[in-house]
Design a protein around this ligand. Structure first.
Ligand code: ATP
Length: 464
């Protein structure tokens, strides 16, 4: 086996996604719809496996976190209270020559680095764009309109009348659904602070510059935890925050992401969101440079206090042991599911040669691979097919598996390598005698004979 490529290019991964049914361009038969993507059969399964593994890690696997599934449409007062109506904005500029819409801060970041732009006002951004003669990414001219703030929330109308009072927003984050249910959850789940509420769901942002495949889209899925803690002990808060940084990083390692491709980045003070006093991002080295995978923010008591103020409801927590009442503080690990899927694809991609033949191979961690095993009857002979079909029917109870009896074995292996199937099982004439099959490992291409009766157990052990 000879390794050909160390790092995947975005173009190659996009092409593989289309060719093998991981991700398709959205609304393709209508000529597409810019920056929308649909997950195909393997992509949907991969995404589901990552989503399920997240839930298993943080909800099922912990006694101090419970799950939630709140609505996308919420009372518009939620967004007044959270600050999104006034503060959830990006600085927008238009190129006077070609009319391209750009984000002034992002153009500056690309040229000067993120720290140089953090916390700058609209006026500063406009002046810096001129001073550094930043060019329009589309036409190359350097002539922009004044920068102005653009709210990223998607606004629509509920019911049949389009008037001010019927305006509603598609949620730009899942977090607020958690805060507004804080009281309900504490009253029903019998969890005591410190504890967390987790939820997975769609979020929508009218991004000015979506792009880089599924990295930045206007509709995406988040996996968020609000972890409620006591505000009393500042050293404990720092300890818990650092603990969360490690737990989050470990989750990415567990889905198979290479450590060398990730890093932490702390937000500079003037870069912090309106609600946060400490934020770390986990970043990944994408083909286009380092980009955010997730944020871990210390939100203090900002959200619950705001919701208390706007709803008039008491959202304090009563500690049953000390009888103290307080508004809990919050540590928020906020993961992007689509970005997790994207880095899984990028990190797993490899080209190599096996016995002189080029192949593309996806080294997915077996537990998140969309297909766990493929069954190959060596030949289309009834006695072999019968055994292979029986194995397929038995294994499909426990695993996502495929049956493939078309073409040469080598070709069948290549097809499975390309979608990252960790195991291939071949039924041959010897099977009829010794009741064993050949189990081939995707990564090493090593083959071993395994008894049919032990197959499910052997595969299960390798999937942990
Ligand atoms: P960015 O700086 O990339 O715009 P952000 O800091 O606005 O991201 P957060 O508000 O912290 O993002 O959202 C948490 C997570 O949700 C991000 O780390 C990312 O994984 C995901 N996310 C946010 N916006 C998008 C988007 N437009 N497309 C895909 N995923 C997104």
């Amino acid at each position: 086996m000879e390794k050909v490529s160390e790092k995947a290019s975005m173009d190659k991964v996009v092409a593989l996604c289309k060719r093998r049914g991981f991700v398709f361009p959205g609304s393709e038969i209508y000529g597409g719809f810019a920056n929308t993507w649909d997950y195909g059969p393997y992509g949907a399964q991969l995404k589901k496996n990552i989503r399920d593994f997240w839930w298993k890690t943080f909800v099922q696997g912990r006694n101090d976190i419970v799950g939630l599934d709140s609505s996308i449409l919420m009372n518009p007062k939620v967004w007044e209270a959270s600050g999104h109506i006034t503060s959830f904005t990006d600085p927008l500029m238009d190129c006077k020559n070609c009319k391209e819409r750009v984000r002034g801060d992002k153009l500056l970041e690309e040229k000067l680095g993120i720290e140089a732009v953090a916390g700058k006002s609209l006026k500063d951004i406009g002046e810096m764009i001129k001073e550094h003669k930043i060019k329009c990414p589309k036409c190359g001219k350097s002539d922009f309109t004044e920068a102005r703030f653009f709210n990223l929330m998607f606004k629509t109308h509920q019911g049949v009348v389009e008037e001010k009072s019927s305006a509603v927003y598609l949620r730009p984050e899942t977090a607020q659904g958690i805060f507004v249910n804080f009281k309900n959850v504490t009253q029903t789940s019998r969890k005591r602070v410190p504890f967390g509420i987790a939820q997975i769901g769609k979020a929508f942002r009218n991004e000015i510059t979506p792009g880089n495949f599924t990295f930045r889209t206007r509709e995406f899925e988040q996996m968020e935890i609000e972890y409620f803690i006591s505000p009393k002990d500042k050293t404990d808060i720092k300890k818990k925050f650092d603990g969360w940084k490690e737990v989050c990083k470990k989750w990415y390692l567990d889905i198979g992401i290479k450590e060398k491709n990730m890093r932490f980045r702390e937000h500079a003070k003037d870069e912090l969101s309106h609600y946060s006093s400490m934020t770390f991002d986990i970043e990944y080295e994408f083909p286009f440079g380092w980009g955010e995978l997730m944020g871990i923010a210390y939100r203090g008591d900002y959200d619950l206090t705001q919701h208390q103020k706007f709803s008039g409801k008491d959202l304090q927590y009563l500690d049953p042991l000390t009888n103290e009442k307080f508004v809990p503080h919050v540590i928020e690990p906020s993961f992007g599911l689509d970005r997790a899927v994207l880095i899984t694809l990028l990190d797993a991609y490899e080209e190599d040669t096996v016995e002189g033949e080029p192949r593309t191979i996806m080294h997915f961690d077996p537990k998140i691979a969309p297909v766990k095993a493929a069954i190959f009857p060596l030949m289309k002979k009834p006695e072999i097919s019968k055994v292979a079909e029986k194995i397929f029917n038995d294994l499909k109870e426990d695993f996502a598996i495929e049956y493939d009896d078309a073409g040469a074995i080598g070709k069948r292996y290549r097809r499975q390598d390309e979608i990252g199937t960790p195991f291939c099982i071949t039924v041959d004439f010897d099977t009829l005698e010794d009741k064993k099959v050949t189990l081939r490992d995707r990564d090493t291409t090593k083959q071993e004979r395994v008894e049919i009766s032990k197959l499910a157990e052997v595969i299960k052990q390798k999937l942990v």
